[in-house]
Design a protein around this ligand. Structure first.
Ligand code: C2O
Ligand code: CU
Ligand code: CU
Length: 544
């Protein structure tokens, strides 16, 4: 625990064009259209042309060649850029192209969404603070054939976010069919010197089971679905990912329904973490391995520069003990906690690289990274020098008080009659219990309890909409100590989080400030079968 952690959002700087625009227009807060529920902040304006990113987003059913043999039916997001910088929309490479939105804090995102699926859906912007009506809550469905405009300002700090469906009891199914996209929030000042362009790779890790006809066989399971194979952007771990002999930023996202990974490099080098779910770390941190639970993100730096052309480096998942007890076994060829390859990177000879000239090796300040992982370049806390808090959009720069006593709210994760529960309750569409009401501006400590008294014990991955948090304390039941020792060094609790792994027998305390918007928002286990089977609730945020 580090009480000196830098304040949130300290590195932001609005693009000059916006400041100029506002100055020219002589606009004050009163003249501006504020999204409903957003606490007023003087900079919110309808932006100029470069401040709005507008895309058309379609959820479609397609036939794609996922692997040799028959084509597979996938559900996927198709996207077209209507307005905004040309690089605001990109795609992952590989058999399952996923949209990558590249945005900046202060921009406004407008998404003209069309549902061309055979059933209702919603789009949720995981990790972003957005107004209630834009959050993709299962009450706000878009029917088959329907349309919806999602529109909100980007308040988030630079990090890797993502979007995915969130319909009632169908989230796991729709994500398993392939629906997901990346949403990267960039900050040129805070990220100066980091690999960009072709050296900045969003990697979505997911497990799946395809049958002999290459049909997706996902089926809900009380304990959670576990696929037979692990794919990265739809690419099997046996298919190499060609890379340059250079420094890379890998944005690792676990979009699996249930599976947690224990990621490590095969040659024993540490994983060098650069960012967690909802923000850059003050400096890169080395870990022997990193746990990655469903919904979580870790950005890591890796230098393929030491490898000769033709050589490869595999990212693996190491064996670990889930600490699970009781319950039903999940049918899979790849049990949770087993060892397997996730991705194999192979270094290409320089002549065969597809790279813009500006991205040639040698431009990257490898010297910034010195022994011990201390970051000497611009950091997340360099703080853009004294922008008053009042000028920052939406969220404030007050430091979060991590030193605290006691717990404001406790949430017991359990299970009853084929339903997963939080404090004995399962999901009800609009219900909010008295202990689920929050006040804007409040700082609170919450405790997740994965109780050892429960009959069926498995890890859970607890996620909050709207707010991000810091993990301030973990405590594990001595009975679970042996299992816990297999994951402990990879938890990486140092950064901003929106999803946290809670192991069996563990109590995890988080510290958060309720900020952004008032309204109704979700919290839930991001193991999507658990979520669909009740392990989700609403909280209501009231004006302060
Ligand atoms: Cu990514 Cu409510 O979830
Ligand atoms: Cu979310
Ligand atoms: Cu769970």
């Amino acid at each position: 625990m580090n009480p000196q952690f830098p304040p949130p959002h300290s590195s932001s700087a609005l693009p000059c064009s916006r400041r100029r625009l506002l100055a020219l227009a002589g606009l004050g807060a009163g003249a501006l259209a504020l999204p409903p529920g957003l606490r007023s902040s003087p900079v919110w304006a309808q932006g100029g042309p470069d401040e709005v990113v507008e895309i058309e987003l379609d959820a479609v059913v397609e036939r794609l060649q996922l692997r040799p043999g028959p084509q597979s039916t996938v559900w996927r997001y198709q996207a077209t850029l209507l307005q905004g910088p040309a690089d605001a929309l990109g795609w992952t490479q590989g058999p399952l192209p996923l949209p990558i939105l590249r945005l900046r804090r202060g921009q406004e995102l407008r998404v003209r969404f069309r549902n061309r699926l055979p059933e209702e859906t919603t789009v949720h912007w995981h990790g972003l603070a957005v107004p209630e009506a834009m959050d993709g809550h299962p009450k706000d469905t878009v029917p088959a054939g329907g349309e919806r405009l999602y529109s909100f300002p980007i308040l988030a700090e630079a990090a890797t976010y993502w979007f995915h469906p969130h319909p009632h009891m169908r989230t796991a199914f729709q994500v398993a069919q392939g629906l997901a996209g990346f949403l990267l929030v960039e900050d040129p000042a805070a990220e100066a010197g980091l690999p960009k362009g072709e050296r900045d790779l969003p990697l979505l890790i997911q497990d799946r089971t395809l049958d002999a006809q290459n049909g997706n066989t996902y089926a809900p399971h009380m304990m959670g679905f576990l696929g037979d194979e692990v794919v990265v952007n739809g690419r099997p771990s046996s298919t190499p990912l060609p890379v340059a002999a250079a420094l890379y930023r890998l944005r690792l996202l676990n979009s699996s329904i249930t599976r947690t990974y224990k990621l490590a490099w095969e040659d024993g080098r540490p994983l060098r973490a650069l960012a967690t779910d909802a923000g850059l770390l003050p400096q890169p941190l080395d870990r022997p391995y990193l746990m990655l639970a469903p919904g979580e993100r870790r950005d890591v730096l890796v230098d393929f520069g030491g490898l000769p052309p033709g050589a490869g480096l595999s990212l693996r998942s190491l064996p670990w003990n889930t600490g699970a007890s009781g319950g039903m076994n999940r049918p899979t060829r790849l049990p949770e906690g087993s060892a397997f390859a996730v991705a194999r990177f192979t270094v290409q000879a320089a002549g065969r690289l597809f790279l813009p000239a500006a991205l040639r090796a040698g431009n990257w300040p490898r010297a910034r990274l010195v022994d011990g992982g201390r970051w000497q370049g611009p950091t997340a806390q360099t703080g853009a020098g004294g922008r008053p808090a009042a000028e920052r959009p939406g969220q404030e720069a007050r430091p979060l008080h991590l030193v605290q006593e006691g717990v404001d709210r406790t949430f017991v994760l359990d299970h009853r009659m084929m339903q997963w529960t939080i404090n004995g309750r399962s999901f009800e569409m609009e219900a909010v219990a008295p202990d689920e009401v929050l006040r804007l501006g409040a700082e609170e400590t919450w405790e997740w309890v994965n109780a050892s008294t429960t009959m069926m014990q498995v890890p859970h991955a607890m996620h909050l909409h709207l707010v991000r948090f810091k993990v301030v304390q973990r405590q594990v039941d001595p009975e679970q100590a042996t299992a816990y020792a297999t994951v402990r060094d990879g938890l990486l609790d140092e950064g901003w989080k929106d999803t946290v792994l809670v192991m069996p027998g563990e109590r995890v305390r988080i510290r958060l400030r309720v900020e952004g918007y008032s309204g109704l928002f979700l919290y839930h286990c991001h193991m999507l079968d658990h979520e669909d089977m009740g392990m989700m609730r609403n909280f209501r945020v009231l004006e302060g």
